[in-house]
Design a protein. Structure first.
Ligand SMILES: Cc1cc2nc3c(=O)[nH]c(=O)nc-3n(C[C@H](O)[C@H](O)[C@H](O)COP(=O)(O)OP(=O)(O)OC[C@H]3O[C@@H](n4cnc5c(N)ncnc54)[C@H](O)[C@@H]3O)c2cc1C
Ligand SMILES: Cc1cc2nc3c(=O)[nH]c(=O)nc-3n(C[C@H](O)[C@H](O)[C@H](O)COP(=O)(O)OP(=O)(O)OC[C@H]3O[C@@H](n4cnc5c(N)ncnc54)[C@H](O)[C@@H]3O)c2cc1C
Ligand SMILES: Cc1cc2nc3c(=O)[nH]c(=O)nc-3n(C[C@H](O)[C@H](O)[C@H](O)COP(=O)(O)O)c2cc1C
Ligand SMILES: Cc1cc2nc3c(=O)[nH]c(=O)nc-3n(C[C@H](O)[C@H](O)[C@H](O)COP(=O)(O)O)c2cc1C
Ligand code: FES
Ligand code: FES
Lengths: 307, 252, 307, 252
């Protein structure tokens, strides 16, 4: 497969599988080595990066919810030049393109980051992260500054601002829209007893973001690809986004709960449909299968069929 | 680090409040050492009925590794497990504990926490003739120890985290491991550290190690939600932990 | 307790418990008789009512989700005059005030409904439901038309329009804001294979709506009470809304899954804190307790303490 | 209608694909009659660990009521139940089936559905010397009937919903109950009705009753999500069902 996930033109990003991790879930490079087969993915989206180093959030960072979590990490990162320096060798070795997630701080910083990144061949494209509650003018200025880069630019929209921003950011030069960042919410930390705010992840986010993708796909010019993101937890979830008009998807926290789920979704949408129990080869029927079960099945080769 | 399947082979009640699960694990986990943990998630055989509640994996510190790929986990008796339950395991998570070379006497502390992360070292240390003292603080005082080896001295701390003979115990110990959590672990470790410093004014590097058990979103160094600030460095609980030198860890 | 849940003034609504059902969950009158102790609730909010009769939605109405559901009923109702005629006797007998949920269709119809309802003593207040994606001007006109009534007027805001509408609707005459209606989403119906849109309910909605309540409480004038609604599934959830600044809460689909949960939340916030197992009176320690367990406990009175 | 607690007293496998659960129920449910159902939800003893996945209650049609407050449920064998499991039950949901007064011969149809809603009538009807024929259509043909009373004639329908002797069977039957679902039940009932009308051109009122099993959000007539259009009226599946006269129900 060859899927163009950014606006056609001189610089555009082509992936071989329309599935990638969402920024912040897979680390800066190959943290999931041994757990996920990277060459089954369409691309690596890095953790968010800022020009200056950012510290981790203080206070509660994680609250478990019913079928979900609240997370507030503070987007810790050592700053753009260190992130490039420490990871470019691994990026070069990865079998898939790298999309660097750049946090949109100020127009100057975004422009500066763009100049730096144009010299980094290991980065194939940039995804710009916009803060929640951003005003449209500021968002447009940030995207326009980033669009001066030669590399393709994906813009990841804040959840509640999707309808408001989508048109303007496509016009300002975004080569693809990622819909959307996880919505912010508030929950109580049972240990401290305090209300804490952060991003909300879980399968119930999917119907909300899927509707946005479906509606905006009908409203936004056809040449701007939409990448669906939010609450994807299964191949069927991912296919729903494709059906609603997304050209590709980003899988977020499902990967933490079940790392092979990201690969399974990628295999499915990439055409390597995961075969089922029956009559499948040992190494492909289920990518999660560990040695325990493999040995068991080898010991009793008929057992599998009876199930 | 890899993902593998395991299943619960046997469940034994060890005392009024705790049960032990014997997990039949992948052979890659049989070299697990004290300090290392597993990220576990219940799964179904057919993989078609993925449930997302609870959402994240549970962090399990094995308390023993038996021969033939059996890893033992200690869980509250009220947790609802069934023999034959299939699990997906990510591990080993974290680095093994590093003990002083000439370790003779070790002090273990469980504060508002199950001592589970400290139990896997018991058998090997006893074999090396190390004397072990286990101090139970706060709600850990409710933990029943009758199933632990008889050689271990168990002490119930007072409400202020002290105990009689504390100065002596601290002078005698070559190394201290303190398991805390859940809750505000860094504050708990800060309290323990304060009480220690009042009793022993020279606390050398790597003398007192805090053992963290906070829930880990990814467990592999990707999400950075478990990041800690140490003197002059940032570390990840999942990759660099679970034990951190309390003289360098920035406590709240 | 006496809690004023609408703007103070000549006509204002006082409830004895800050807990009520959300519109659409408890029916028009006493459908939950025998299952919920109505006098523990603060008020009854009726199912949505329109001037003209509305038919049920055709096609898929319910899709189960992970820890939640998608629902699209079409708001079927026989029209305002029939709803009043058929239910006013039961309303009169209910031990709690009745809030009629009126669907805002057009300014004329809302005004007409207001005139009709001012003559219906059994209705204590009106909650106006606004459609999703409504423009601010239209919403303001609808609320202004409804505010001509003598009865207190609650306005229930569409999820995605909360920030945009809250100020204007308070100025237009809403005596309280209900934040918010359930968000719309899209999910696949596994039977028909089609993508279906409807409202999304489940515990993961709570952190999203709770954040809105917290933020808008800081922005909206103090004299306009906010009633929190969205994803409440426990007394702790309800208390979080109160802590975030809500004067009362509405419980939605949790009631269907566990009817006594609504009562339990109301008892808790109403000061009848549900006592625990130990040493409680048989009839109060747990309102869900059925005869099976009651008999069991009577047969072995010591058994309870041992648990 | 009330809410009560029940628990699973016994689980028996009745054939390759099905198991039966004996529920110890509140005495208010022992007068349950064929056609009435329960809305069940698993709960924990302490009520503190409410789980919301699955979210809604399951609709269970009892297949038998035994003496001493035991109600029997038939469930797919793959469903994971444990004896002692506590349940919250709302019920009885719906109206009992109404049979013709001079019922001699009854035809029961399960189409792409378990026949569970039709099983509770078997014992009382056999006692009244009524002859019973059960036709299995579509995926219902995989249902094994060896555990049902031997007096019942079981017929496997063809792919087009017909069977040999169909005209005779229909002529002979005094009343027909057809259980359908899940899926687009109204379309399924429409198909059945069409096939019937081709074989028997006078279909009197209350001769063929469709039995609906759609999931019910509230089950008590509050949410109106289960509303059906009948000739000249609106009815609720939960309050007025589960059986509706197919000559009046508006089928898609
Ligand atoms: C990539 C990125 C870049 C960003 N860059 C910027 C930037 O440059 N500048 C910028 O200003 N923002 C930026 N943001 C946004 C910023 O992180 C937050 O959105 C902003 O701080 C608003 O806070 P909040 O969303 O937590 O709001 P809220 O949840 O409303 O919190 C606001 C405050 O109220 C408190 N609070 C919350 N809920 C309650 C309650 N129920 N009761 C009582 N108190 C409560 C909270 O503790 C908090 O202190 C960025 C975000 C992203 C994702
Ligand atoms: C109390 C109340 C009163 C209302 N009154 C009015 C009123 O007077 N007038 C009015 O116009 N609206 C009214 N509405 C709003 C109305 O019900 C819907 O909001 C409106 O029809 C928009 O549809 P939707 O939200 O389902 O949007 P969408 O989900 O975007 O659906 C729009 C269409 O696209 C299809 N679709 C959805 N998702 C996808 C996808 N991913 N891929 C392909 N196709 C898709 C849907 O089937 C649908 O046909 C009211 C709402 C309420 C709550
Ligand atoms: C002006 C500004 C400065 C910020 N500085 C930092 C920082 O120094 N370190 C950091 O980790 N996050 C910083 N953030 C990020 C936010 O605190 C927040 O964590 C981020 O928006 C992601 O939200 P989340 O952690 O809830 O996902 C900053 C945000 C803003 C708006
Ligand atoms: C102009 C208009 C007319 C509507 N007419 C009807 C109607 O006749 N019957 C009906 O059930 N719902 C009607 N609706 C309601 C919507 O279809 C939709 O069901 C409602 O907004 C509630 O959404 P939900 O069922 O997804 O909760 C109408 C909506 C609009 C906008
Ligand atoms: S848990 Fe994700 S980095 Fe440690
Ligand atoms: S299920 Fe709610 S009215 Fe029938």
């Amino acid at each position: 497969m060859a899927i163009e996930i950014t606006r056609p033109g001189k610089y555009s990003l082509i992936v071989s599988t329309p599935v990638m991790p969402a920024a912040g879930t897979l680390g800066f490079a190959d943290s999931y080595k041994g757990l996920i087969d990277y060459d089954k993915l369409g691309a690596l989206v890095t953790n968010p990066v800022t020009i200056e180093p950012w510290n981790p959030a203080s206070g509660t960072r994680l609250i478990p919810l019913d079928s979900g979590i609240l997370l507030h990490t503070g987007l810790p990162n050592p700053g753009l030049s260190k992130v490039i320096g420490r990871n470019r060798k691994v990026w070069a070795r990865l079998p898939i393109p790298v999309i660097l997630h750049l946090v949109a701080t100020s127009v100057d910083q975004v422009a500066q980051a763009g100049r730096m990144l144009d010299d980094v061949d290991e980065v194939a494209a940039v995804e710009l992260g916009l803060r929640d509650d951003i005003e449209r003018d500021e968002a447009v200025a940030l995207v326009a500054a980033a669009a001066k880069m030669e590399k393709p630019l994906l813009a990841r929209l804040p959840f509640y601002e999707c309808y408001d921003l989508a048109h303007s950011l496509a016009e300002a030069g975004a080569d693809a829209l990622v819909l959307s960042a996880a919505p912010r919410g508030t929950a109580r930390d049972s240990h401290s007893g305090r209300l804490v705010s952060g991003r909300i992840y879980g399968p119930l986010i999917k119907p909300l973001a899927l509707r946005m993708v479906g509606r905006l796909r009908r409203e936004i010019p056809k040449e701007i690809p939409i990448i669906g993101c939010g609450g994807i937890h299964s191949p069927a979830d991912a296919r729903d986004y494709i059906d609603a008009g997304a050209v590709a998807v980003q899988v977020d926290t499902a990967t933490w709960a079940q790392p092979k789920m990201l690969e399974r979704i990628a295999r499915d949408l990439g055409g390597w449909i995961a075969t089922r129990h029956k009559d499948a080869f040992l190494d492909e029927w289920n990518p999660d299968m560990g040695q325990t079960e493999a040995l068991e099945r080898r010991a009793a080769p008929g057992a599998n069929r009876k199930r | 680090m890899r993902e593998s399947q395991a299943y619960i082979e046997r469940i034994t009640r060890v005392n009024r409040n705790y049960q032990r699960l014997d997990l039949a694990v992948d052979s890659s986990l049989s070299s697990l050492r004290a300090g290392q943990a597993l990220l576990a998630r219940r799964i179904e055989k057919d993989y078609e009925s993925e449930r997302w509640d609870p959402y994240l994996r549970e962090l399990w510190f094995p308390v023993e590794v038996l021969a033939s790929n059996i890893v033992v986990i200690e869980q509250p008796a009220r947790s609802n497990f069934t023999p034959g339950q299939l699990l997906s395991i990510i591990g080993p998570v974290g680095k093994p504990f590093r003990f002083r070379q000439k370790l003779r006497n070790i002090l273990l502390i469980a504060c508002d926490s199950t001592p589970a992360p400290l139990l896997m070292m018991l058998a090997p240390l006893l074999k090396r003739q190390v004397s072990i003292t286990l101090v139970l603080m706060g709600s850990a005082r409710e933990y029943e120890t009758s199933h632990l080896p008889g050689e271990i001295e168990v002490i119930q701390a007072n409400d202020d985290l002290t105990w009689s003979d504390m100065v002596m115990t601290l002078g005698w110990a070559d190394q201290v491991f303190a398991a805390v959590g859940p809750g505000d672990e860094l504050a708990q470790l800060g309290d323990i550290m304060r009480v220690m410093r009042e009793r022993r004014n020279d606390v050398p590097a790597n003398y007192i190690l805090g053992v963290l058990q906070r829930q880990l979103p990814c467990g592999v160094g990707a999400c950075h939600a478990c990041m800690l600030s140490l003197r002059g460095a940032r570390k990840l609980q999942c990759v660099d932990g679970p034990a951190f030198d309390l003289t360098t860890l920035r406590l709240n």
